[in-house]
Each structure stands twice: as structure tokens, then as C-alpha cells.
Design a protein around this ligand. Structure first.
Ligand code: NAD
Length: 397
């Protein structure tokens, strides 16, 4: 393999929470996992309003400096790309300002609080001519990449239906505090924008754009204790958004799975599943299924006349996309951090002007359009059509 000339890329980070730390580790891993690309991220500056986030950025992650006001990061001439890992309410404000400042953006999902805000970020990105990526990490597992290849090759025949469930247990405890995720102003929708947004993108990635939906949402833990250390400590406060959502879907005519139907549901209250982010695709000749809790496995069933065969478990190995970059042999599991490293590589390749199959803000808008349609449908009880977003990277015919 021929090495590319080394290209230093200055990284700015907005918010040093779970995702901010993970983006930072992913940038650092890129030169180790993909040395031949010559991409050298340099962790320049991080912003967080919390002192603990700022000191973690400099003392642990290795940023050269950390500030309280994200606008300093956007004004920093050494920063080429900005990872936007703030709570949802800041995404549109920071995303639009970053693009206008000429920075390429890797923004966590949901990109905006609904389609309106996400379209504003898309417009700013397009106007500024900068690159974008959205944190749709469930596109990246080698098993999912292989599943997309199999579906594209027609291995499952004509797709008839998809069934997806993203069930997390991380908010199942009614005593877990009312953090920003449970407040409409700071989060937008609840599990709809959170887990369902990932699932919708995964459906787009594997099968193509969704054309219309009908949906229901529910809130089952209706109050939670106020955050410790704030004036709300010791009080019970209302949960303002959904903690369960489901939808029926039809695909757009442009989709690879045009004509197929689907059912999706998402919960962050599930007792039992921890991160059961699962999808199952059925076709006239076969089926496949995948679950994040076993991310290195793809189950595949191909119909054979006269035989009654069930699923076969394929364990990711060097024949699956990206796997050999991380582990030399099958059976050695990859993990969540690795998915973010693949995502970082794809984003940085696009920033470097090289071919890349990164997700983009167009995909963020495509997912947001479906979620906004689902909210409309949940309110009206009607089917709602979802416009296809130009520039999306979903699976088309
Ligand atoms: N891709 C995924 O699978 C995934 C997983 C978890 C979270 N997310 C998304 O990532 C984003 C962040 O989630 P998280 O779990 O990392 O959050 P978190 O609660 O762990 O961290 C949020 C951080 O934002 C900081 N912050 C708050 N206000 C700020 C401001 N005005 N300026 C700068 N920093 C500020 C806080 O101090 C905190 O450090 C959310 O949009 C979430 O939906 C994505």
C-alpha cells in the first residue's frame, strides 16, 4: 500500500461529555488504524461550560487548550473540523455557526430538534461548502456493512418487510434524574429523536428512503427527580417527551426496498434489554438479522428449494468490511469505540477531499424528516408522507 502525504487536521470539540470523549479517542485512533491515509488529527481546542469537562479535555484527552465558550473554538484559525457533541438544543446553533465559520462538522444525532432545525444546518453546510458527518454509528459495524452488500446483491430476493427494535434500558430507573434528555426545550423529542433516529437511518442505509409512516408515542415515566446540585434537587419534575415510540412504514419508490413494508419501535425504558438495537430484513429468498448486543454476528438464512433451513450465524472476520483493520482473526470482537473510529476516518477522508462513504447532514435531515412525520402522525393518527432528501446516501435501486 502506498502512503499518502501526511495531512494535519486541526480538531475543535464542543462539549466533553460521553460523546465528546469518544470522538476524541476516535480521532486519536485514526492514524494507528489507517496509517497509510496520512491523516493526522491534532486536538487543538475543546469547549465545555463545566470546568470538569475542560480539565478532562486538556489533562486526559490532550487538547492544547480548553475554553468555556464554544465560539472561541469556531474562531480558532488552527481548527479545521468541529465535533459537535453538545446536548441537542445547541446542535443547530453551533452547527450553523461552525459551517459559517468555514469549519467542517461532525455532529452527533439528532442533528437538530426535528426537521426544521436540521434543514437549517444542512443549508449552512451547503452554503459554506464544508463537509459534514452525523453520528450514525450503527451504519459502521462490519456485519451491517456486509448486510448492505448482501441486500444490494439481491441475496435476499425481493425485500418484503423490515422489523427494527432499538430497546435500551438506560432510562428504565424512575429515580434516574431529569437530565436534559427529558426536557423538550433542551432535547426536542425523547426516544424518538434518540434511538428511533438511529434506527430510521439504519433502515435508510440498508433499504433506502422511507416514503410514509404512521406512528404512536407514549410517556410512561411521567416525572423524575430534579438534578442533584441544582435548585431542582429534591423535587419531582415532569418528563416532557416520549420514552416509547413505534411506527409502521412504507418505502419510497426510489428505495431499494420499494414496495416493502416495515415496523419499528424504540424504547429507553426497557427492563431486560440493555442496548438491544436490532434489525431484521425479510425477502422472498432469504432473511438476515443483527443486534448491537452481538455486534460481530450477522445471522443469515437463504431459502433452498426442498430444504428447511433456519438462520446461520456468521461471525465477522477479515472478509467483512473494515474488520481486519482492528483484529487479525474472527472471534475477536470489535467494540463501540471501533465504530466511532471508522466514522472518524470516513469524515476525515471527506475533509481531505478523498472519496468517502461517510454519512452526511443530508442523511441527518432524511432521518429527521421521518421523525417529524412520526410526531405529526402520532398527533393526528394519520399516515404522513416524508419527502426524500436530495443528497442522502440511503440504499437506492
Ligand atoms: N451516536 C450515539 O450513539 C450517541 C450516544 C449518546 C449520545 N449521543 C448524542 O450526543 C450528544 C451529547 O450526548 P452525551 O451523552 O455526550 O451528553 P453528556 O450529558 O454526557 O455531555 C454533555 C456535555 O455538554 C456540556 N455542555 C452543556 N452545555 C454546554 C454549552 N453551552 N457549551 C458547551 N458544552 C456544554 C456539559 O457540560 C457536558 O459535558 C447528544 O446530542 C446525544 O443525543 C449520541
Amino acid at each position: 500500500m502506498t502512503a499518502s502525504p501526511v495531512r494535519e487536521i486541526g480538531v475543535g470539540l464542543v462539549s466533553v461529555g460521553w460523546m465528546g470523549r469518544l470522538h476524541s479517542r476516535a480521532y486519536r485512533s485514526v492514524p494507528f488504524v489507517y496509517p497509510e491515509l496520512g491523516l493526522r488529527p491534532r486536538l487543538v481546542q475543546a469547549a465545555d461550560t463545566a470546568e470538569a469537562g475542560r480539565s478532562y479535555a486538556t489533562d486526559v484527552l490532550g487538547y492544547e487548550s480548553a475554553v468555556a465558550d464554544y465560539r472561541e473554538v469556531l474562531a480558532n484559525p488552527d481548527v479545521d473540523v468541529v465535533s459537535i457533541c453538545a446536548p441537542n438544543f445547541l446542535h443547530a446553533e453551533v452547527g450553523v455557526a461552525a459551517a459559517r465559520a468555514g469549519k467542517h462538522i461532525w455532529i452527533e444525532k439528532p442533528a437538530g430538534r426535528g426537521a426544521h432545525e436540521t434543514a437549517a444546518i444542512r443549508d449552512a453546510v451547503v452554503d459554506a461548502g464544508v463537509q459534514s458527518a452525523v453520528g450514525f454509528n450503527y451504519r459502521q459495524p462490519p456485519a451491517i456493512q456486509r448486510a448492505r452488500q448482501l441486500i444490494g446483491e439481491g441475496a435476499l430476493g425481493r425485500i418484503t418487510n423490515v422489523r427494527g427494535r432499538f430497546f435500551g434500558g438506560f432510562s428504565a430507573d424512575p429515580q434516574s434524574p431529569r437530565a436534559w434528555r427529558f426536557v423538550r426545550e433542551t432535547s426536542g423529542s425523547g426516544v424518538l429523536g434518540d434511538l428511533m433516529g438511529h434506527l430510521v437511518d439504519l433502515v435508510h442505509f440498508l433499504l433506502g428512503p422511507i416514503g410514509s409512516v404512521t406512528a404512536s408515542t407514549g410517556t410512561f415515566i411521567t416525572e423524575r427527580p430534579g438534578l442533584a446540585g441544582t435548585p431542582d434537587e429534591g423535587r419531582m419534575l415532569p418528563v416532557e417527551n416520549d420514552d416509547y415510540a413505534n411506527m409502521l412504514l412504507r418505502f419510497d419508490d426510489s428505495a431499494l426496498a420499494a414496495g416493502a413494508l416495515g415496523t419499528l419501535d424504540a424504547s429507553w425504558l426497557a427492563v431486560g434489554p440493555k442496548a438491544e438495537y436490532a434489525i431484521e430484513v425479510f425477502g422472498t429468498e432469504g432473511s438476515l438479522r443483527w443486534d448491537f448486543e452481538r455486534l460481530n454476528e450477522l445471522e443469515l438464512a437463504i431459502r433452498r428449494p426442498g430444504e428447511s433451513l433456519g438462520y446461520t450465524r456468521l461471525l465477522a472476520d477479515e472478509t467483512f468490511p473494515e474488520f481486519a483493520r482492528f483484529q487479525p482473526g474472527s472471534g475477536t470482537s470489535m467494540g463501540y469505540d471501533d465504530l466511532k473510529t471508522i466514522e472518524a476516518k470516513k469524515f476525515l477522508l471527506a475533509v481531505a477531499g478523498q472519496p468517502s462513504d461517510t454519512s452526511t447532514i443530508h442523511d441527518g435531515l432524511a432521518s429527521a424528516q421521518v421523525l417529524t412525520a412520526a410526531e405529526e402522525s402520532a398527533a393526528s393518527g394519520q399516515w404522513v408522507e416524508t419527502p426524500v432528501v436530495p443528497g442522502h446516501t440511503g440504499h437506492v435501486r
